[in-house]
Design a protein around this ligand. Structure first.
Ligand SMILES: Cc1cc2nc3c(=O)[nH]c(=O)nc-3n(C[C@H](O)[C@H](O)[C@H](O)COP(=O)(O)O)c2cc1C
Ligand code: SF4
Ligand code: SF4
Length: 641
């Protein structure tokens, strides 16, 4: 295979003008039509959690037991995480058909049906469209499902479709053509200019113009520059970069080579968390295969340009995603941010100009080169070009990974995730994790656009989105984020180190029952919130790095949009979502209570009184909201408000 790619495919990779024999061989990797059944199973971190490995084993067993001559191909994720494990089947003459939530016990029924050509419409999720193959009757086409129809899948177009383990599959679908063209036709400056003109902005959260960043590094007179792919993805809940790498790692590798070329770097580093095992495995395999066929290493495609890519695994600290801390971590030092300027483009890794780009930013480059800056800048809004990948989870009806073009309303993300779970009420959409903010129902109409959102005081973040419903307490949510920041602060500067700790204490205090009900306790709690606002501003204005500067965002926005919930916690000592356990007040339903005495015996503060065999009652002032009475009662007589 390596010699086929190296000797026969690569020489004409830039034009795609191969003879019929090579074309036919490449076509077989595109699997538009197949000669024998092919079973595809999506294996990514998210599907593994859903049991995809067991499903794959059941498929292997089925094929073995039934002596079926079929290929089993591992693919990435379509982004339909709640429907994983997803298995797809393609038989000769028929279109590829997809089944969701395929647990091992469903495997034999589904494969029996699909391989023999008798799929019931209700068994399948969707089928692929083809001009040349016979469709399945009654099964919707992929592009007609609202989930796919309402996305613009450029970066994710191969995700869930091709094998992330095979460079031939990627090349057969046009992969590495942008690189082959660039190395023949374009100078460093040309590529920089194209990316400048495309309007691409960084997807790692800062939205800095990518071409400008590259130009800054290219302008420094030196022979040693570095490109770093930031695959640290440290936002709790975010999984955009991970699933992109796991589904289409060769796209990311091609993006890295093109970007390194644009800044004249001969060494690139992928910085990734050590516990993202599968992600590391996939990107490592992609790099190794690119070396094998001569798309990496010395004198790539005889162009005179050489590039080595290595992987550095980070320890898994949030702050190490920040570019200056990341560089320190790669240098083997403690991952602590440093003051900017100098920016890494002037003084970065080993004191040399270094460009750090997010995985998704880099994944955009091959398409920009292939289709041109004008094509790219025609997608999206006035100042935010192209598409953005979002991972949506939380209390969404379905957890998913989606790609939408800039300019679409934020409500698109909620719609793609199917809204909130059944019976729940939408409360907010949280964008951007611990340095992001929750937007309300009224703000869902705002466009996904870096600048328009910024004008409204909202930051888009790097793409992690949580759907929040009425079971979420906003005080508890911001307390969670502040707890995260407090633990992840590197401690270098006082406002962040001490401020995050103090803010967490204040939030913790208002989410607990006060020690006494006296007026001055309430005043103290109220003063705490006033302090929160002041502290938040100090942290924002005086912290050294983005972690401290943005840490107060979730809180400040929640205070603005959900102030009544904070006031309820302080003045009424109530948590409307009943999440803050210590604020719950328990009651006994006199109609249900049998007077069995069990709860009174267990209550740690002796708050429950009564006469045996008649209804008991709880003295509110003594109740600490521990809930032991509710757990104890066998008659469901205890409830809380
Ligand atoms: C605390 C903190 C954590 C960050 N984590 C990440 C991360 O996990 N991935 C990422 O690409 N950028 C992260 N960033 C942003 C990077 O510092 C940097 O701006 C980004 O990688 C640049 O790439 P881009 O221009 O392509 O967006 C983080 C920033 C801060 C302040
Ligand atoms: S803001 Fe926080 S994380 Fe950043 S350098 Fe200061 S202490 Fe460290
Ligand atoms: S455990 Fe239930 S039934 Fe028994 S006294 Fe308590 S509330 Fe009444």
């Amino acid at each position: 295979m390596v010699s086929f790619i190296k000797d026969e495919v690569i020489p004409n990779l830039h034009t795609g003008n191969w003879n019929d024999e090579i074309k036919e061989r490449l076509d077989s990797f595109r699997r538009e039509s197949v000669r024998q059944p092919v079973v595809y199973v999506g294996i990514t971190t998210s599907s593994i959690v859903a049991g995809a490995i067991n499903t794959r084993e059941a498929i292997e067993q089925y094929l073995d037991d039934n002596a079926v001559d079929a290929d089993l191909v591992c693919v990435g994720s379509h982004g339909l995480c709640s429907h994983e494990p997803i298995v797809e089947v393609q038989i000769p003459g028929k279109t590829r058909v997809a089944f969701g939530n395929v647990t091992p016990d469903r495997v034999s029924t589904l494969l029996d049906a699909a391989i023999n050509g008798f799929v019931q419409p209700e068994q399948a999720m969707f089928q692929y469209y083809s001009d040349i193959l016979e469709p399945w009757v009654g099964i919707p086409f992929m592009q007609d499902l609202p989930f796919f129809k309402n996305q613009k899948r450029i970066l994710l177009k191969n995700a869930g479709v091709i094998s992330p383990d095979s460079i031939v599959d990627y090349i057969a679908l046009g992969g590495f053509r942008a690189l082959a063209t660039t190395l023949r036709k374009y100078t460093f400056d040309d590529v920089c200019r194209m990316v400048e003109e495309s309007g691409l902005r960084g997807r790692g959260g800062g939205a800095y113009p990518t071409g400008t960043k590259w130009r800054n590094a290219l302008q420094v007179a030196t022979t040693e520059r570095y490109l770093i792919c930031n695959a640290d993805e440290s936002d709790p809940g975010g999984f955009m970069d991970r699933l992109l790498v796991e589904s289409d790692p060769f796209r990311v590798v091609e993006g890295i080579v093109l970007s390194a070329y644009a800044i004249g770097a001969n060494r690139a580093i992928v910085y990734i968390r050590n516990r993202y095992n599968l992600t590391v495995e996939r990107i490592k395999n992609a790099i190794d295969q690119a070396y094998e066929v001569g798309l990496l290493g010395f004198d790539i495609l005889g162009s005179g340009y050489s590039l080595d890519i290595e992987i550095r695994q980070g320890p898994g600290a949030y702050v190490c995603g920040e570019e200056t801390a990341l560089i320190k971590s790669i240098e083997g030092k403690r991952g602590m941010p440093s003051i900017k300027p100098p920016f890494p483009t002037e003084w970065g890794f080993n004191g040399k100009p270094t460009v750090i780009n997010n995985v998704e930013t880099l994944a955009n480059i091959p398409d920009i080169i292939l289709n041109g800056a004008e094509w790219y800048s025609s997608i999206g809004s006035q100042t935010s070009k192209g598409t953005k990948i979002f991972s949506v989870n939380g209390n969404a009806a379905q957890t998913c990974l989606v790609e939408v073009d800039f300019g679409k309303p934020l409500s698109t993300l909620l719609d793609l995730a199917g809204g909130v779970k059944e019976g729940r009420e939408f409360k907010a959409l949280h964008l951007g994790g611990p340095s992001g903010m929750s937007i309300t129902k009224d703000e869902l109409g705002y466009p996904i656009d870096f600048d328009e959102l910024r004008e409204k005081g909202i930051t888009l973040g790097s793409g992690s989105v949580q759907v929040l419903d009425n079971t979420v307490c906003m005080v508890d949510l911001v307390k969670y984020f502040m707890h995260f920041i407090r633990n992840e602060s590197c401690g270098k500067c006082i406002p962040c180190r001490e401020g995050s700790n103090r803010m967490y204490q204040i939030l913790d205090n208002i989410s607990k029952r006060p020690v006494s009900n006296e007026g001055h306790t309430t005043l103290e709690r109220f003063k705490g919130v006033i302090q929160l606002e002041t502290l938040a501003e100090v942290m924002r204005d005086t912290s050294l790095c983005g972690l401290g500067q943005t840490a107060s965002r979730p809180l400040l926005k929640a205070l603005k949009s959900f102030r009544d919930e904070f006031e309820e916690h302080i003045f009424d000592r109530k948590c409307r979502a009943s999440v803050c356990r210590d604020l719950r007040t328990f009651y006994i339903d006199v109609d249900k209570c049998t007077g069995c005495t069990a709860c009174a015996k267990k209550c740690p503060t002796n708050a429950i009184f009564g006469t045996p065999r008649t209804p008991y009652f709880i003295v509110e002032e003594r109740c600490i909201g521990c809930g032991i009475c509710q757990e104890t009662c066998k008659f469901s007589a205890v409830y809380f408000k």
